[in-house]
Design a protein around this ligand. Structure first.
Ligand code: UD1
Length: 343
């Protein structure tokens, strides 16, 4: 019988791509999402790709009673926990909202797992836990640095909560995935990133500028200590990233490791600057991008890219998409979105 996976935040950007890969790998998926930063239309896109509509419950993971009823209704084998607030700037303005959403959601899931015999949880973490790295590429043994925002702190504390709970003897396993910078969209352009309002992240801002929704991209700083002066990131294709979750779920539920908690960096292993990424966009879209250099954005890290050897060798996962194909997928998705609005 197919294993049943609860995907919290499954209508979101990374969540929706992961649901597609899970379904294509034969898992049954139940999505919960409060739709605070996503849209139920995503379910149509998923269904068009996979031919199967995932079960969806509009629920907030901070609502313990509702989550308990959900666990009772379905017998989950495992959980992938994406649901979280993720805007760095907003977290500085509304710290309690971030702590409530991001911590209470995880605590509720962990509390319910042993009660209902759910064996494992894959947790969405971020390279933000490394802060400004002492050296690049960065591996999983690098120190976790003091967080520079409440958002970053919630990722660190959530990792600690998982470790503490498992070390207390809880009968569950966990795989913590530290994402670098996920970008791009499903090659079908049926699903992709859907930022509400003005995008905070680089790629949706680039594609919205390319199509004319935004007038000009501001590049935050060209005076960093990097070859071209702009920040460097490890941009990872969202479908590649989604596939890592399927491998992680299988590893966890089939007890392929004796370790009860494992951590993996998910990145390509290559750093690319903001200005280099703009050039890739110009190449694949065939049009120049209107951008200007402005001052640095507060709290930005100068340069960070992953050493993904552990994910490559232990998890057996590797990022395979080229940056050109990835940016082309983001551009195709942006064009598809605009066609939908015009129709
Ligand atoms: C940020 C968070 C990360 C979080 C992720 C998802 C930090 C240090 N990191 O990643 O923890 O998981 O968002 O929300 O806060 N840029 C521009 N112009 C723009 C937008 C971005 O030049 O309009 C530059 C930024 O200065 C940065 C790079 O593009 O150098 C990437 O920015 P962004 O996409 O926001 O991701 P991070 O800041 O790396």
């Amino acid at each position: 019988m197919a294993k049943k996976i609860l995907v919290t935040g499954g209508t979101g950007y990374i969540g929706s791509h992961t649901v597609v890969e899970l379904q294509q790998a034969g898992y049954d998926v139940v999505i919960v999402d409060n739709l605070s930063n996503s849209n139920a239309d995503v379910l149509e896109g998923i269904t068009r790709i996979t031919g199967k509509r995932p079960v969806f419950d509009k629920l907030d993971c901070t609502d313990f009673a509702a989550m308990k009823a959900l666990f009772k209704k379905y017998s989950f084998d495992g959980i992938i926990h994406f649901a979280a607030s993720k805007a760095v700037g907003e977290s500085v303005e509304k710290p309690l909202m971030y702590y409530r959403n991001n911590l209470v959601s995880l605590i509720n899931l962990l509390e319910l797992m042993p009660q209902y015999g759910v064996k494992g949880i894959v947790f969405s973490s971020s390279c933000t836990v490394y802060g400004e790295p002492d050296q690049n590429p960065i591996n999983e043994d690098a120190p976790v640095k003091p967080a520079t925002s409440p958002y970053g702190n919630t990722k660190q504390v959530n990792e600690e909560i998982i470790r503490d709970f498992i070390h207390s003897g809880a009968p569950i396993k966990s795989i913590i995935l530290r994402y670098f910078n996920p970008i791009g969209a499903h090659p079908s352009a049926e699903i992709g990133e859907l930022p509400l309002g003005v995008p905070q992240n680089l790629v949706p801002y680039i594609t919205q500028t390319g199509i004319g929704i935004r007038q000009q991209l501001s590049v935050f700083g060209d005076d960093y200590n990097t070859p071209d002066g702009s920040c460097i990131r490890d941009f990872i294709n969202v479908v590649d990233l989604a596939k890592a979750h399927v491998i992680a779920v299988e590893r966890m539920l089939e007890n392929k490791s004796d370790d009860k908690v494992e951590i993996f960096n998910l990145g390509t292993g290559t750093g690319l600057s903001v200005l280099e990424l703009i050039k890739v966009f110009e190449k694949v879209s065939g049009k120049p991008l209107n951008y200007k250099i402005v001052g640095r954005r507060k709290g930005d890290i100068e340069q960070i890219w992953a050493q993904p050897d552990k994910a490559n060798n232990v998890l057996g996962w590797k990022a395979i998409e080229t940056i050109e194909d990835t940016m082309a997928s983001a551009w195709k998705w942006q064009q598809h979105l605009c066609e939908k609005v015009v129709k």
